[in-house]
Ligand binder design. Structure first.
Ligand code: IPM
Ligand code: MG
Length: 369
C-alpha cells in the first residue's frame, strides 16, 4: 500500500476546527478503505505570524512542496487587520499558491437538493445547479508588478495594481477548463472584459485558439465578466464550466457559492502543472474563510473541508470511487435533515461541528458495509 503524504495547514479562525473533522474522516478512510496517510502539520496565516513573524515560513513552503497534497483550513481575522500588507495572513495563502505553482483553482458550485430552499434565490432557479468555476490563480492583478503605493509631490498618495497575463498562462488554464468540461456537460463559458482591458482581448484570443486547435468537441462561449455576474443570478443553470482570470474568478466564485445556499458547503482544489514524473502539486481548501465570529464555538460547518478532502481523493490520490462515497455520505446526511447553524431550516436537526462529522462517519459505515 502506498502511503500518501499530506500536509495539514489549519490556519486561523474556524480553520483548525474544520480540519480536525477532516482528520477524523482521514482516519475513517485509513481504517476502512485500504488507504494509508502520513500527515504533518504546520502553521499558516495569523498564527504563523504570531510565532514566526511571517504568515508563511520557508520551512512550511518546503514541506508543502514535497507532499502529495496540502489540506488547508482558513486564514485571517480582525486581530491581524492592522498588520502591514506583506505580513497579513492572506499573504501566506498567496505565497503557497505562487510558490507551489497552483495555477488552476477549481470551485464547484453545487446545489444539494436538500438545501435548495436555503438559497436566497428561488428554488426553481437553483435546484439541480452544478457549475464549476475554473479560476486562474497565480497571475493577473493579484501578482502583477508594479504593485505599490507612492506619495506624490503634493502629498497625495497613488496606488497601483497591475493586471498582467501572458499567452502561456491563458493557454494552460483554458486547457484545464476544456478538459474538465469534457468530463461534464461539455460547455465552457470564458469570462473577461475584452471591451475595456487588453488582457481581456488577449484572453479571448488565446481561449478561442486553444479551443479551435485542441477542443473543437467542446462548446465554447465568451461572456463579459459583468454580464456573467448578472447571468449567474438570472439563470445560473445556463452554465457548466466558467473559466476566468484571478480577480473575476474570486468575485464570481463567491457569487456562485451564494447560489447554493451556503458558502459553508463548498470545497475547492488548487492544482499545479504535472512535473516530469506526472506528479502534480495540489492544495485543497474550503472556500468559506476563517469566520472569526463563530471560531472556537463548535458551530462551524465542517462539510466544505470534508468535501475538499473528497476532491483530494479524486484529483491527487486517484481514488474517484472513494471521493464519490464521501460526496454521497454528505448528501445523505443532508437529506436526513442534519444541519449546522449556517444551513439550519425549520424542522431540521441542528448539530455542531463534531456532531455533523459523527453522522457523516456513521453514514460512511453504512454505505461501505
Ligand atoms: C479566496 C479568498 C482569497 C483570494 C483571499 C483570502 C486571499 O478570497 O480564496 O477566494 O482573494 O483569493
Ligand atoms: Mg475569495
Amino acid at each position: 500500500m502506498t502511503t500518501h503524504n499530506l500536509l495539514l495547514l489549519p490556519g486561523d479562525g474556524i480553520g483548525p476546527e474544520v480540519l480536525e473533522e477532516t482528520r477524523r474522516v482521514l482516519g475513517w478512510y485509513s481504517a476502512n478503505r485500504n488507504l494509508s496517510f502520513a500527515t504533518q502539520e504546520e502553521l499558516v496565516g495569523g498564527v504563523s505570524y504570531e510565532k514566526h513573524g511571517a504568515p508563511a515560513t520557508d520551512a512550511m513552503i518546503r514541506k508543502a512542496q514535497n507532499v502529495d497534497a496540502v489540506l488547508f483550513g482558513a486564514v485571517g481575522g480582525p486581530k491581524w487587520d492592522k498588520l502591514p500588507f506583506q505580513s497579513k495572513p492572506e499573504q501566506g495563502l498567496l505565497r503557497l499558491r505562487k510558490d507551489l505553482g497552483l495555477f488552476a483553482n477549481l470551485r464547484p458550485a453545487l446545489c444539494f437538493e436538500a438545501l435548495k430552499d436555503a438559497s436566497s434565490l428561488k428554488p426553481e432557479i437553483v435546484s439541480g445547479l452544478d457549475i464549476l468555476i475554473v479560476r486562474e490563480l497565480t497571475g493577473g492583478v493579484y501578482f502583477g508588478l508594479p504593485k505599490e503605493t507612492t506619495v506624490l509631490p503634493g502629498g497625495e498618495k497613488r496606488a497601483v495594481d497591475t493586471q498582467v497575463y501572458t499567452t502561456g498562462e491563458i493557454e494552460r488554464i483554458a486547457r484545464v477548463a476544456f478538459e474538465l468540461a469534457r468530463l461534464r456537460s461539455g460547455r465552457v463559458a470564458s469570462a473577461e472584459k475584452s471591451n475595456v482591458m487588453v488582457t481581456g482581448v488577449l484572453w479571448r484570443e488565446v481561449v478561442t485558439r486553444v479551443h479551435g486547435a485542441e477542443f473543437p468537441d467542446v462548446q465554447l462561449s465568451h461572456i463579459l465578466a459583468d454580464n456573467c455576474a448578472m447571468q449567474l443570478v438570472r439563470n445560473p443553470k445556463q452554465f457548466d464550466v466558467i473559466v476566468t482570470d484571478n480577480l473575476f474568478g474570486d468575485v464570481l466564485s463567491d457569487e456562485a457559492a451564494q447560489l447554493t445556499g451556503s458558502i459553508g458547503m463548498l470545497p475547492s482544489a488548487s492544482i499545479g502543472a504535472k512535473d516530469a514524473n506526472g506528479r502534480q502539486r495540489a492544495l485543497y481548501e474550503p472556500i468559506h474563510g476563517s469566520a472569526p465570529d463563530i471560531a472556537g464555538k463548535g458551530l462551524a460547518n465542517p462539510i466544505a473541508a470534508i468535501l475538499s478532502f473528497a476532491m483530494c481523493l479524486r484529483y491527487s490520490l486517484g481514488r474517484g470511487e472513494d471521493a464519490a462515497l464521501l460526496d454521497r455520505a454528505v448528501e445523505r446526511v443532508l437529506a436526513e435533515g442534519y444541519r449546522t447553524g449556517d444551513i439550519m431550516q425549520p424542522g431540521m436537526t441542528k448539530v455542531g461541528t463534531a456532531a455533523m462529522t459523527d453522522v457523516i462517519l456513521k453514514v460512511l459505515d453504512k454505505l461501505a458495509s
